[in-house]
Design a protein around this ligand. Sequence first.
Ligand code: AHR
Length: 531
Amino acid sequence: MTKRGVRFECSLLAGLALTGLALTPSATATEKVAISIDASKAGVQINRNIFGQFAEHLGHGIYDGIWVGPDSTIPNTRGIRNDVVAALKAIKVPNVRWPGGCFADEYHWRKGVGIQRTVSLNPNWGGVTETNTFGTHEFMDFVDQIGSDAYVSINVGSGTPQEAAEWLEYMTTAQPTTLEKERAANGHPAPYKISMLGIGNESWDCGGNMTPEYYLSQMKIYSRFVRNFNPAQQDKEQMLKIAVGPGGDEPRWTDWTETVMKAYQQHTWSWDINGLSMHSYTVGHWPSSSASVGFGETEYSQILKHTLEMDALISKHSAIMDKYDPQKRVALIIDEWGAWYAPLPGSNPGFLVQQNTLRDAILAALNLNIFARHADRVRGANIAQMINVLQAMIMTDKEKMVLSPTYYIFKMYVPFQDSTFLPVQFNSGTYSHDGISLPRVDAIAAEGKDGKLWVAFTNLDPNEAVEIELNVTGVTAKSTSGETLTASKVDSTNSFDAPNIVVPKPISAKAQGGKLTLKLDPKSVSVVSVE
Ligand code: AHR
């Protein structure tokens, strides 16, 4: 086990102890795993925003993925693909972060409104032309069509506070200003609702290579002057302002969180933030060389080990935030996360195209479980990215569309949106392969908004099934039913020609002798409700 691995296991233990979950490496592959849930110990809300998505002007994320234009033969509504909208509605996407990413810090909103659009360049992502056909109105139409909220990232890198302030006035004012009239003339008289505002993106790197102190001085200015004027968002549903936060585990990012949060503790009436962003990809090593498909059990275990480091990273930055904000007013928003693999051979490397396999579904479930266990601080997250880029929900090719294994995890986890966290006790056991040790089982539980008790189980072991013995304190459970996601190989995937290789199947169990037992297939994720 590497030094890195040792550090991960210690911090995971610490994190799990806090949530009432016990990880002891004694259970073996043949033992049953006893899981108990105390339904009387309701915790905090699992904010639906942890199921957010990220859609950047990158490769075919927007163009072809969402936007085909009103004249396309692909069925669309005002230029937006109907098949994609239907698929996204089904996973109840709570918010979409747009227009980037690195793209956001070079984005000038005026190029993307009105009849005459400016054709510019996208130097970050393949150096291709950017038609700006998909701009503010198209994005807001898209989030409206899928029933989601807008998380807009403003340009702090190459823009100005005035440009950003005018964009917000354009989008949100109901007063008869020149910008309001321009918006109405462009087709939208009513003010738009902007739920979240990202003040910059990765300002320590592609967003302008700023020091934490320099970023802080900029962020205060943007926080002060970039206002949301929507009358419906003044007292309630106020726009959340998200500051740039850390990008990993290095000391420079510890300094970054310290600097921003220390300033927050002293903040005056004239500026405020409601969230601190964090970016953390499961990558192994930069530049990513891991194959997204055509790998074996060793690569499966390595990637899952890396992804579980998310828990320690959140704990580390949460601890700094607790020092300056013990009341947890500032949320930690993991607004870029997911697997980042080597580009698919033959694809444009600037388009970040990769396959999505059963491993990614398991990876997604493990991260969502981590976010849920940190729900008191983690109140938002955006997987990177929504369509055709990195760990995508959806892949398109002209008129074809396929849903990825990760998509199905987001679908199965819908009952956890705005649910109430319930502590889960179990002995996870250990799955070991090629010197890598991982917990064999993971689980979270919550009381859904529907009043039902929901449990999500992951069996990380790709070879052995696990028998679960479920005990819910204070509840005489009679049965469980739900869905399970697995496939024959760790790198099984869905394709345009074979879209149903990794799709959820029903799973159920009845009580026997007063106990509920459930068999989890190897390398599977299951979400069930307990009756
Ligand atoms: O998601 C791709 C890129 O990764 C984003 O543009 C950037 O913010 C991050 O480095």
